[in-house]
Each structure stands twice: as C-alpha cells, then as structure tokens.
Ligand binder design. Structure first.
Ligand code: GLN
Ligand code: ZN
Length: 756
C-alpha cells in the first residue's frame, strides 16, 4: 500500500506564519524573516511526512495567503489595478490578497469566497479582457527544488485549469472559452519545466468536478485536459478531486489520459458505487481518499481496511490518503496539554492522520491483519462506548412530534398581536446585537481568564458596560435595544462553553483565510443545557429601560456549523439536541420578561451541500425545522428575530421564510441590496431588515445615502414590514464611528418615515 497527501496545513502548529506575516505587514519584521519562517515550516512539514513514510508528499501546497491566488499569479492573472502599482511580485500578491493603501496607490483586495463546503476562503481571481495568461511565476518550481535539496522528491500541486476558470470572475466581455488556448499553453509550460526538473508526478486539483456540471462544462474540462495531457512528457499527471463524488464526469475522467485520478470515498457518497459500476481503467492509479480530511476523529481501521479492500477489487493500483487537503484540520495533539487522555485518545489532527496512514500501511503489509497489535488497539478504542451519552437528551429528542416544530398561532395573527403590543413606529430601528469590543472589554475578559480578577469584578464590568450601552441607545433614539454582547468572546464559543457536551482545545487552529484562523469547539457528547446562559445579562439590560431589549442567542445550525461535529450520530441529531438547549433558553428569557428574542443563524448556509439536488434531502429538511424547534414554544406576543450573514440568499429565500421567525435582519449592503428583489419576488411573509450599511468598514454612511438605500427597499418592500438596521454586529468597529453611523441611521429612518 502506498500513501499520498493532497495538501498539508501551512500556518504552523503555533500559527508561526500568521505572526511572521503580520509583523511583516506592520513593518516590524523583515521579508527575510518572513521567508525564513516560511522555509522552516515547509521543511518541517515535508520531514514529518517523510518520517511517516508518505510516498507522495505535496509541494507548493504552502501559501502566503491562498493557493488559488498562487495559481492565478503563476499564470499572470493579475488585474491592471494591481499591476499599475509597480510593486514587487510578492507585494503585488499581498495587494491582491489584502488591498493596498500607500504611496503607490489605493486599491481594495480581490473578493473573498467560501472554498466549496469548507470554512476556508479563497481569493477570487479576476480575468480581464486584456489578461495576458502565460506561465509567469516560479514558486511551484522553487518549492520543488527546495524539497529536493532536502532529499525529498515531492509531487507539486496546483489548482487545475477547470476549477481555476470556474471560480474566476470575468470582468470584461470575454468568457472562459476565450482563455482556453492561453491557459493550456500555461499548463503545458508548467509540465515542460517539471520535466526538466525531474518531477515524477504533478497534482492538478479539480474540486469543481464534484459540483453539478452541465454538458458544456464537462466538454470544457475535457478540452482543457486533453490538450494539456498531450504535452505531459515523462511527468505523470494526477487529477485530484475532493469534497464529494464526480457522478457527472466519472467516465469523462476515465477516458482522458491521466496517470492518476484522485477520488473522495469519505464525502463522495456515490464514489464507491461509481467505481463498482464503471470500473477503473487499467494502467491508471487510483488515489483513494479514505481518511476523513476534514474531521478531527481518529480513523476506525476496521472500516477503512475493508473499504480499501473493496476498492482494490475494482482497481489494480491504489494509493490511499486523506479525503482532502489536511488544511482543514488543526496541526497536532502534541500542544494540547489540558484535554483528558480519555478524550484525546479519539482525536487525530493532521500529524496524527499521517501516523494513521503509516499504521494502516504497516497493517496491510501483514498476512493476518487482525492479529496486528495496532489493529487490536484501534479496534478496542471503537468497541467501547466512546461518547458521553445522555439518555435524557436522547429520550427528549426521540419524543419530538410535528407539533414541536410548529409555532402557533400562524404568522399573520402573531404579526397583528405584536403590532398592537409593541406599538413600534413604522420602519423601527435596531442593531444586530454586539457593540464595539474595545480594548477595555477584551482586557476585562483576559484578566478574568488569567484569574487576576474575581468573577464578581468581571461581571460588574460587563453590567456597567451594558448600562452605558443602554443609556446611549436610548439617547440616540433606537426603537429596539440590545445589551451589547460584552460578555461574549465569540458567538459560538460562548454557548459552547455554557453547554454540556462540548470540549475546547488550546491550539487547534484552522485557517479560515489568509492569516485568520479559527479554533472551533468540538462536539464531544450529547448536548444539554444545565443552566441559563444569557438570562442574567439580558434581564439586567431589560430592567434599565422601558423600551424592548432583544435577548440574544446563537441558533442551533450556526453552533453546529462552526464546531467540529460528531461522527457517530447524524448532523441532524446533533442539531436537534442543540435546538432543544436553545429552546430552553428562549423559554427562560420569555419567563424573565424578555419580549423580543433574536436567534442568530449567521452560518445557515455553511453546510449547504455542493449539489443543489441534495439541498433539501440532506440539509434544509432538518436545518430549518431545528431552528423552528427553538422558538415554537413561545407566546404569540413574544417576537422572534433571526439574523443571517453572507450575501447569497436568493436561492433559499423560501426556506428562510419557513423558519417562521417574526423578523429577520440580513447582511445585504455588500451585495448591493440584491436581497430585496428575491424578497419581493417570493412573497416573503417575515418582516425584514436588510442591512442598510456595511459594518465591515469604519466608514460612516451619510444620511442621504441611507435614505437612498431605504428608498430602494421601499420600492419593493411593504413599509409595514420593513426594519432599519446595520448589516451585522458592531463588535469589530470603534466607538466613534459606531455611534455616528447609528445617529445617521436613525435620522434617515425618521425622515423617510415622515414621508410615508
Ligand atoms: N448577534 C451577533 C453580533 O451582533 C451576530 C454576529 C454575526 O452575525 N456574525 O455580533
Ligand atoms: Zn451577521
């Protein structure tokens, strides 16, 4: 058995690359220091893989910011506005990644988008009509040589031409087909150079092949690759797919002269069936993704070995590895000193996954696999009861009936009851929840975590902040207030820490984009709320004013989507458990006179399947009900809000309406308010607050500009249903710009209201 790695994490086990890059950006570190850190990281990753006997070790999987951006630069896909800055190649690269403001000019960064169904984000290449696509970069070759000098012959990795064209944005009148010729020449030049350097394999990543493909797209894929492969020389070409199965193009893949095809047997629900049905062409190597590259759980050898055996019956040459790049998992358990051994035993981060591959290799080399001590130890781990189960939680979830997912009375009746009760003006103003997490707020939390101040002192500070925030909101005249979320480090972590069933790591960072990493909580057992989580702060805020103050919760789908999930129960079952916990909190808030409750589903779209045909059956059919479960128990006169981030909603707008909240606020200003058209088109019943200004920038919007935005909304939305609010929470903003912007927002609402 041979083993292959698609890609390795790159920010460093202790985020060394992040810190070195940030120093370089700030000017407190030199380019040499940054390059030195990068080279050390690459060398250590290669050596780790070598030590575990990995046969196909990737290079060029390292990136200073993003692999797709690296590929774009390799082929000279650099928009004019960055080119004219006249910066060095690396500085131009960083200008595309982060924007540039300085003596050479002022440009924004390229757009950032979610990488398939992961929480990683790539930079969108922009192809202008004038683009001069050709091989222009050397990073791919430099890193191959660098590894070679360490005695390691790597398999260079780059994004393939089809995925590159599919994810790129065409800014002029030309389309993908207009660039086929140039791009083919570029990839041919890469292969020629790799031949010269003595590379044995090259890996072209084509994850776009696991999405729904049209006939034209499959033809484009075939056209690109048949031309490129004609010039491969001695280099063997592996086309690598991941994040799903290639049901639309399995046979096209087989018929092209690739030397290797990488398929995902973990997320690809149909991969095995495709292999069985259509077989695998003689002479090609099947790179089989059999270890979950996205989750943090130890592999169950018994299952994987039988999968490998089954695959082997249909393909003569099989190389095994993780299902996708290990970029999506944390580095290593070595730096986790606080997790109990009983928990840690079940985890495998990137480094431990390398060891698993080494162990699987050792086991398969034996005649009697089942007598291998490695096999026996692994089997024992999985035979015991693994998770902290909670019978009462399971029983409660099992007893749910349709009625638990249905809020009564129906929306229209509730809407009238709530209008009579709250007597809010037309176009009521509100915010999304958090107010600036200024240095004093973070310092207070840090002192408490360090044990430097008592819990009482910590809370008192938060109470004072809340009192100030309520007073200021009243003073500027907002209609529905919030407490400000000063006690929350993060909207998911805060709830994870308060619920039973989660564990937390010290260093399990995963790259989200560029230098930004996240440390998702891990769902370890059945989830239960043992005590109220938000009532004290919310009730306090509510006691300070006669205006309504929204209780503020994170919804079950978002908590689930931003955590590492269990493998032994379905996402649906975990979502229902979290929903029950949030439901209890909702009812407690209501019992404590909180009359408006917001349940954020910022990350609702996160786990939406890649293929639209799977949206309902695999996801929305439980995600939407899980949300409904959280609020179906409240009285008709309790108003339920929800909030969603990310600009793309039009394709699931009916499902969003079916969440049956009373009010929804959306992030909308960056998508040029396109949401209002979909709302208008589908007869959306829920009252809406499309964000009227962008909180991701410190810019203070003018009253006129806000009035214009509201005017555009009123063209499409019934004034009786329209709310006025910013895009998202204000926690990343400064105090001054926040209050200035909100004053403008209120003035704009008042002036528009007067015209209605
Ligand atoms: N209530 C949260 C806040 O205001 C929502 C954050 C989010 O949508 N990402 O910060
Ligand atoms: Zn948001």
């Amino acid at each position: 058995m041979k083993t292959s790695i698609i890609g390795y994490p790159r920010v460093g086990a202790l985020r060394e690359l992040k810190f070195a890059s940030e120093k370089y950006f700030k000017g407190t570190g030199t380019l040499e220091q940054l390059n030195q850190t990068a080279a050390e990281l690459r060398a250590s990753h290669w050596k780790l893989q070598k030590a575990q006997g990995i046969d196909y070790i990737p290079s060029n999987d390292f990136s200073f910011y993003d692999g797709l951006l690296d590929t774009a630069c390799l082929f000279n896909i650099i928009p004019e506005r960055y080119r004219v800055l006249g910066l060095s190649p690396l500085e131009t690269y960083f200008a595309m990644a982060r924007g540039y403001q300085g003596e050479h000019g002022d440009v924004k960064a390229l757009a950032m988008k979610k990488w398939f169904n992961t929480n990683y984000h790539y930079m969108t290449p922009e192809i202008e009509d004038s683009a001069d696509i050709r091989l222009a970069g050397t990073k791919l070759f430099d890193e191959f040589n660098e590894a070679k000098q360490l005695g390691i012959t790597t398999k260079p990795v780059l994004v393939g031409p089809f995925t590159l064209l599919k994810l790129a944005k065409f800014t002029g009148s030309k389309q993908a087909k207009d660039f086929v010729g140039a791009l083919v020449e570029g990839y041919k030049a890469v292969l020629a150079q790799l031949n010269t350097l003595g590379a044995e394999w090259v890996q072209l990543d084509e994850p776009a092949l696991v999405t729904d493909l049209s006939h034209e797209e499959i033809a484009l894929f075939a056209e690109l690759h048949s031309q490129i492969l004609a010039a491969k020389g001695n280099v063997k070409v592996l086309v690598q797919t991941y994040f799903g199965d290639v049901r639309d193009c399995y046979q096209a893949l087989q018929s092209l002269p690739f030397d290797g095809i990488g398929l995902d047997f973990v997320e690809g629900t149909q991969t095995l069936a495709l292999l069985k049905q259509f077989g695998f062409q003689q002479g090609k190597v099947l790179f089989a993704g059999v270890i979950n590259g996205k989750n943090i759980w130890k592999n169950q050898y018994k299952k994987t070995l039988s999968l490998i055996q089954e695959i082997g019956q249909h393909a003569a040459q099989v190389v095994t590895g993780p299902s996708c790049s290990l970029l999506h998992v944390p580095y290593t358990l070595k730096n986790e000193t606080k997790l109990p051994e009983t928990t840690k035993n079940y985890f495998a981060f990137a480094e431990e996954k390398l060891q698993e591959l080494a162990e699987l290799k050792a086991i398969t080399a034996l005649e009697y696999t089942k007598s291998s001590p490695l096999y026996i130890a692994n089997d024992k781990l999985f035979s015991g009861s693994r998770f902290a189960g909670d019978a009462s939680v399971q029983a409660r979830a099992a007893a749910l009936t349709d009625a638990d997912f249905t809020r009564l009375p129906a929306f229209a009746e509730r809407e009238q009851i709530q209008r009579d009760k709250f007597k809010l003006p037309l176009l009521p103003t509100t915010t999304i929840g958090s107010f600036p997490q200024t240095a004093d707020v973070r310092a207070n939390r840090a002192s408490f975590k360090k044990g430097a101040i008592s819990e009482e002192q910590y809370k008192q500070f938060n109470f004072d902040k809340i009192a100030q925030c309520i007073a200021q909101q009243e003073e500027i005249g907002l209609d529905v207030l919030v407490h400000g979320e000063y006690e929350r480090n993060d909207m998911v972590e805060y709830f994870g820490e308060s619920l039973d069933g989660f564990v937390f790591t010290q260093n399990a960072w995963v790259q989200s984009y560029g230098t930004r990493c996240v440390k998702p909580p891990i769902i370890w057992g059945d989830i239960r709320r043992s005590k109220p989580m938000t009532v004290e702060y919310s009730a306090y805020a509510n006691s300070l004013t006669s205006k309504p103050v929204k209780g503020m919760l994170t919804g079950p789908v978002t908590i689930l989507n931003w955590s590492f999930t269990r493998e032994d129960i379905s996402l649906k079952d975990s979502a229902l458990q979290i929903a029950l916990a949030i439901r209890d909190e909702v009812l407690d808030l209501e019992a404590n006179q909180i009359e408006i409750i917001q349940i954020d589903e910022a990350a609702l779209r996160e786990k939406l399947p890649l293929r639209q045909s799977d949206w309902q059956s695999e996801y929305l059919s439980w995600a939407i009900p899980a949300f409904r479960l959280t609020h179906s128990g409240v009285q008709a006169d309790t108003q339920v809000h929800t909030h969603m981030c990310y600009s793309q909603f039009s394709d699931i707008i009916r499902d969003i309406d079916a969440m049956d909240a009373d009010v929804i606020t959306f992030e909308a200003s960056r998508s040029d308010l396109s949401i209002i058209d979909s709302i208008n088109a589908c007869g959306f019943k829920t009252e809406v607050g499309p964000g009227v200004y962008d909180i991701h920038s410190p810019r203070v919007p003018s009253v006129d500009e806000l009035k214009q935005g509201l005017g555009r909304m009123l063209d499409k939305i019934d004034p009786a249903k329209l709310w006025v609010n910013p895009d998202c929470g204000l926690k990343t903003r400064g105090e001054a710009e926040t209050w200035a912007s909100l004053k403008h927002l209120i003035q704009a609402a008042q002036e528009v209201r007067a015209t209605l």
